[in-house]
Write a protein that binds this ligand. Sequence first.
Ligand code: PHE
Length: 337
Amino acid sequence: MQEKIQEILSEIEQFQASTKEALENFRIKLLSKKGDISILFDNFKNVSPEQKREVGQKLNELKNRAQEKINAQKEKFEQAEDPGIAAIDLSLPGESITLGSRHPISLVRKQIIEIFSRIGFILAEGPEIEDDWHNFTALNFPENHPARDMQDTFFISDGLALRTHTSSVQIRMMESSKPPMRMLAPGRVYRNEAISARAHCFFHQVEGFYIDTNVSFADLKQTLLYFSKEMFGEETKIRLRPSYFPFTEPSAEMDISCNICGGKGCNVCKQTGWVEILGCGMIDPSVLDNCKIDSKKYRGFAFGMGVERITMLKYQLKDLRLFSENDVRFLNQFKSV
Ligand code: PHE
């Protein structure tokens, strides 16, 4: 019996299961009801009383050893099957995270803000859902002005609409603070327009205004010239054409010399050498009065520019819809900017 125990013990020590099935067969061979070890237990009753103690101990050790070995090998197979732990190779190099990029509209808006903040303009903000007073009435829009028509403006409910321009922020700021004030109000605006390469139902504007006791049209012109050179390059020229806005008098539209052909004439400037980038003017005294700012004492200028338009010129883009389609092939190109 002792010999048989020894024999099975060395068999256990040498055993290496190559598959799960081989391990199971080994278990059956040793530990099942008719297995080698079980048979030894059955024969234990034949052992002489003097030997019982010693053999009994060895037999128990044998059984434990067999069980231990089988369990250890079983665990190895289970670990290999579980991708959670065993499949992780800690020596592999890490996955690099690709960097995102800023949206071109954000890039240009940021640049506009930087340029004006260098000459003392501070940021202002207003709501995108605006009431009739701030978007139209206080800005001198007459009752029958076409912008007040459903065709041009998204109305939400009686007296509320999505703002059609950032000039509404002028009114809010003039109502809530006192001159002198020099502010810049970037934001999103909405107009009920058919979407095309050159127009969208939402876009971005940056409004600027300056109110003080001695503000002149020359200040406006100089400010805009400074901005244009900073934005499009030192060689950029500007020209102001008379125009009309209900809230400025006199009013103008500003062109810059075409930054693509340098003023010689190309597709972008339609051979004229000039491209329009903003509307501006001296704030109408009645608008100041509407906001309880003394128009006898104070004067101001204001301007409003389209961020999409400036971005298209700067990066020579032909279709405004690219800005809102979220095509990563387009957006990725602004990574290094
Ligand atoms: N609000 C005008 C527009 O949306 C632009 C503008 C702003 C004109 C300020 C004059 C002064 O077209």
